[in-house]
Design a protein around this ligand. Structure first.
Ligand code: MN
Length: 409
């Protein structure tokens, strides 16, 4: 079933990724009023939400009053859907125009902040193609997928305190690594990489000891964002056995400023790839509406598109990742962020990391400006964008996550 998106009294082009079917939330300030506050993106404008809600829906004012989305995340799914319905009405019925117009700010005037306080951060490894590619490079001659891979979504706990807002410069990390000659040294990473991922933002928490089932996904997860999981492959390769990623990942993780509510992703839901191994009941989603997502990403390096990963090929869904993450009774907190892992497809131009695009550095990428890359150089800027199907012919956008590499200190 497709529904047609209502039109807004604002002049937003029908194909704009921030049309009225998207309505992502973020935290912003302006030069005129630098205080951080909640905004909703609509076209090239941002609706300053708190004063509008105070006037038109005062019962929801506490949920949108703060400097970030934290209170809104904590308000829970009832408030999320009530607010989204109201904002949609306000932007489509021009009787509310006079109340809204004074609170619309050009997006170009805004400075975007980290949209919420990140509680715990988990990163998964949910792309079969990415896991296979890395398995071939890191463990040649063995099965590329580890024996557990198709039985559970593999993940690790990352460092929440170094999740940074899009636009934050990334200082090249230093660390310990082992060279090709076996020598152990310490210095700036020589294999600095990106990972293009989708992030899931938990709003409503859960009780310790109570797993969250597949069907409760929408009660806990507020929305999605874009994630660039910067990765120092030389540090990672030396440190990761046997406890997994550590300092090769924890120096910085960038997220997009706009959180697209799950409610905007209805038309993007698709069946995930066919599972080739029977799943245990807590992960078996055959009988529930699927949470595969037709989200299409673009990765740009210094302005050039180097990859177009597609989330619809991900083996594990966000709902399965959540069910697994809580299967032992671990509780959720508002602001928990979990990322999908690098999104890589079958085709070489769908790989979501440079280690795959350059095959471990052995096949340098040629850029249109006649330079080549294996891994990131100082001054390089990476921008990841994404869109998904919306109602009718519309597409909904996730905006962008951006970051530039500065030399090691
Ligand atoms: Mn990752």
């Amino acid at each position: 079933m497709t529904t047609v998106s209502p039109s807004t009294w604002l002049e937003v082009p029908a194909d704009h990724p921030f049309g009225v079917a998207a309505l992502p939330y973020g935290a912003f300030g302006t030069a005129a009023d630098p205080s951080a506050r909640i905004g909703v993106a609509i076209g090239e404008l941002i609706l300053d939400l708190a004063p509008v809600v105070r006037r038109l829906a005062p019962e929801l004012a506490p949920a949108v009053a703060g400097p970030s989305l934290d209170s809104l995340l904590a308000a829970g799914p009832g408030a999320w859907s009530q607010l989204r319905a109201l904002v949609t009405t306000w932007l489509t019925d021009d009787t509310h125009r006079e109340h809204l117009e004074p609170h619309l700010v050009p997006a170009t005037d805004a400075v975007m902040h980290l949209p919420f306080t990140v509680a715990d951060y988990v990163d998964f490894y949910a792309s079969e193609q990415h896991a296979t590619n890395l398995g071939r490079m890191f463990r040649p001659g063995q099965d590329p997928l580890t024996p557990n891979w198709k039985h559970l979504p593999i993940g690790y706990h990352g460092r929440a305190g170094t999740v940074v807002a899009s636009g934050t410069d990334i200082v090249r990390p230093r660390g310990q690594r082992r060279g090709a000659d076996g020598e152990i040294s310490f210095g700036p990473s020589q294999r600095l990489d990106i990972e293009a991922e989708l992030g899931f933002v938990v709003g409503a928490g859960s009780r310790l000891g109570r797993p969250v089932s597949l069907s409760a996904f929408e009660e806990h997860v507020f929305g999605v964002c874009l994630v660039n999981d910067w990765s120092a492959r030389d540090i990672q390769a030396w440190e990761y056995v046997p406890l997994g990623p550590f300092l090769g990942k924890s120096f910085a993780t960038s997220i997009s400023p706009w959180i697209l509510p799950l409610a905007a992703l209805g038309p993007a839901r698709v069946a995930p790839p066919e599972r080739t191994v029977p799943l245990l009941p807590y992960l078996d989603d055959a009988a529930t509406p699927p949470w595969g997502l037709d989200v299409r990403l673009e990765v740009r390096l210094n302005g050039h598109v180097i990859s177009r990963p597609m989330f619809d090929g991900m083996y594990w869904t966000g709902a399965q990742m959540l069910a697994h993450m809580t299967a032992n009774g671990a509780s959720l907190r508002g602001g928990d962020l979990y990322a999908s892992g690098t999104i890589s497809g079958e085709r070489p131009d769908q790989r979501g990391s440079l280690i795959e695009l350059s095959w471990g550095g052995s096949e340098p990428l040629e850029l249109p400006d006649a330079t080549t890359r294996t891994f990131l150089e100082d001054g390089d800027e990476v921008v990841i964008t994404a869109t998904a199907p919306g109602p009718g012919d519309a597409r909904v956008g996730l905006g962008e996550v951006r970051g530039r590499i500065l030399p090691a200190l």
